[in-house]
Design a protein around this ligand. Structure first.
Ligand code: MSP
Length: 500
């Protein structure tokens, strides 16, 4: 049995979870569930990144202590995971003792090795990104990501000799062409590595909300050095289980934090004597329907919780997995979501299951068992293609493949027209083929739309199944309560008030 350790980035819980957070968790969840279907031993980690100036500032604004604030906020992210049916095996919070101990331990290891030294930091800091910038990186004097002026800071700081690991990192990346996916990102990082790596400031002494340095408690560990360590602390670094789980098979992250994950993190691990992760998968950004960044100021924010309330968890999951191209930016259009909901989910899938359930009820009293019927449909090639796409982290294409199966079942239903078949054995054969095809497809669907998949299983009287059950002939069907899976929806029109 292969092991599969997958992570998402850990979110800053300074505000409510947003569509970008939903997207990242949902795609990582689809991969985790797919590997479980393949009977791999999966460990799926997500969590919250709770230290640093950004969080301290947000707590102050809320009139709370940082700890009270992150406790409240982090709970919202946990609830968000439940709402989206994220099947994470653990949820790591960087303010937990189990993490703080590991972070301090790793910092000490690197310090004792001589790879961390004390100096002064003078430069520009954007608390929103928790990142230091060079003058040349700014756009009109502002942070390139947040558009606000970074603060000039001058304070004593410990530095990590990152430059020492540059050549080793370059060699590692060259030797592992799949380390960064997609390829465009891989090439981008290799090319950026032609410039010499500067040492990295890894401590802050001007505020307190962080993990104190084991060698100098007047400093706290820089929030990114602290946060990246979640991937090993969450996997039980220092215990037996860590040896089984590490290295991570995939870190799923957004394009804005690629440098931290593909350069800083492996260098930290080299220094600490830990193997680097096998792969970093970089997804794009979710923008509004016109391709504009979502922001409160522009009033174009689409709240994922709102979408779930209107259309259900699986509709949001389906839309994000299928409609946003993997590895690239994508636009979120509610109109498009409603169209796909009505055509793909309600018509293609929902109607297929309902039509079949009705015939099962009316012609067979709800029960149909295997009697060695001849197999008329075979999806092995499509399933292989879907699997290849999931392994190459192209979840959108994998889901399209699965829809090919659904379309083929629908064509088969239309061609054979079971409602007109008079011969009993012929009718049984056709219906068994349809039911088996739905059962097999439903195994695959469980990675993407788990709530619906469970409903289908219950309607057809099936147990939870895995890749081992993909073969034709193992299904026995007993109708449960019939239920419309996706009641048709209309796009709610926004009220527009005429100007006086
Ligand atoms: N706390 C850091 C990550 C530390 S990982 C050791 C952080 N947090 S974040 O809350 O700002 O972002 C969390 C994840 O959401 C990141 O992978 C980020 O790229 C992703 N997204 C944030 N906004 C996004 C979109 N609009 N679209 C898609 N994903 C985006 O960075």
């Amino acid at each position: 049995m292969a092991k599969f350790y997958i992570t998402t980035a850990i979110d800053y819980p300074n505000a409510a979870p947003h569509m970008g957070h939903a997207y990242e968790k949902i795609i990582a969840d689809a991969y985790a569930r797919w590997h479980r279907l393949k009977n791999d031993e999966v460990f799926f980690l997500t969590g919250t990144d709770e230290h640093g100036l950004k969080l301290q500032n947000a707590a102050e604004k809320a009139g709370m202590s940082p700890k009270e604030f992150v406790d409240r906020q982090s709970a919202k992210f946990k609830d968000f995971c439940r709402l989206l049916k994220i099947s994470n095996d653990d949820f790591i919070r960087t303010s937990e003792t189990r993490h703080e101990l590991v972070a301090a331990n790793i910092f000490k290891k690197v310090f004792d090795k001589g790879d961390i030294y004390l100096s002064d930091y003078e430069g520009l800091y954007c608390a929103e990104c928790e990142t230091f910038y060079l003058e040349k990186d700014l756009i009109n004097g502002n942070c390139p990501v947040h558009g606000i002026p970074p603060k000039q800071v001058k304070e004593p700081s410990y530095f990590f000799r990152m430059g020492k690991y540059q050549e080793k990192l370059r060699e590692f990346i060259v030797a592992n062409p799949d380390f960064i996916v997609p390829k465009t990102r891989y090439n981008e990082i290799l090319s950026r590595l032609k410039e010499p790596l500067r040492d990295l400031s890894v401590s802050r002494s001007s505020f307190k909300w962080g993990i104190p340095l084991p060698n100098d408690p007047s400093h706290v560990i820089y929030v990114w050095f602290d946060a990246l360590i979640n991937y090993v602390s969450g996997a039980g670094y220092g215990t037996q289980s860590f040896k089984k789980i590490w290295p991570a098979d995939v870190h799923v992250i957004g394009k804005d934090i690629i440098w931290f994950h593909t350069v800083i993190w492996p260098c930290m691990l080299f220094a600490a004597g830990i193997e680097p992760p096998k792969k970093v998968y970089v997804h794009g950004f979710i923008n509004d329907e016109h391709g504009e960044k979502m922001s409160k100021a522009k009033g174009n924010v689409i709240d994922p919780v709102d979408m779930v309330n209107k259309y259900g968890t699986d509709a949001l999951r389906y839309y994000l997995i299928r409609a946003i191209p993997s590895g690239a930016d994508g636009n979120f259009s509610e109109k498009d979501l409603v169209t796909r909901y009505n055509t793909e989910l309600a018509n293609d899938l929902g109607n297929l299951v309902m039509r079949t359930a009705k015939i099962l009820e009316s012609k067979f009293n709800g029960v149909l068992k295997n009697e060695n019927f001849r197999q008329e449909l075979n999806f092995d090639e499509i399933i292989d293609a879907a699997d290849k796409y999931m392994l190459s982290l192209e979840h959108d294409k994998a889901l399209s493949e699965i829809w090919k199966i659904i379309n083929r079942i629908n064509s088969y239903v239309n061609q054979t027209a079971p409602w007109q078949i008079k011969d009993e054995h012929e009718l049984k054969t056709v219906m068994y083929n349809i039911l088996e095809s739905i059962r097999i497809t439903n195994i695959l669907l469980s990675a993407f739309i788990p709530e619906t998949s469970e409903k289908i299983r219950k309607q057809l009287g099936l147990k939870e199944q895995t890749f081992r059950d993909l073969k034709f002939g193992s299904g026995n069907f007993k109708l449960g309560k019939k239920e419309i899976l996706f009641p048709k929806k209309e796009l709610e029109k926004k009220e527009i008030f005429p100007l006086e």
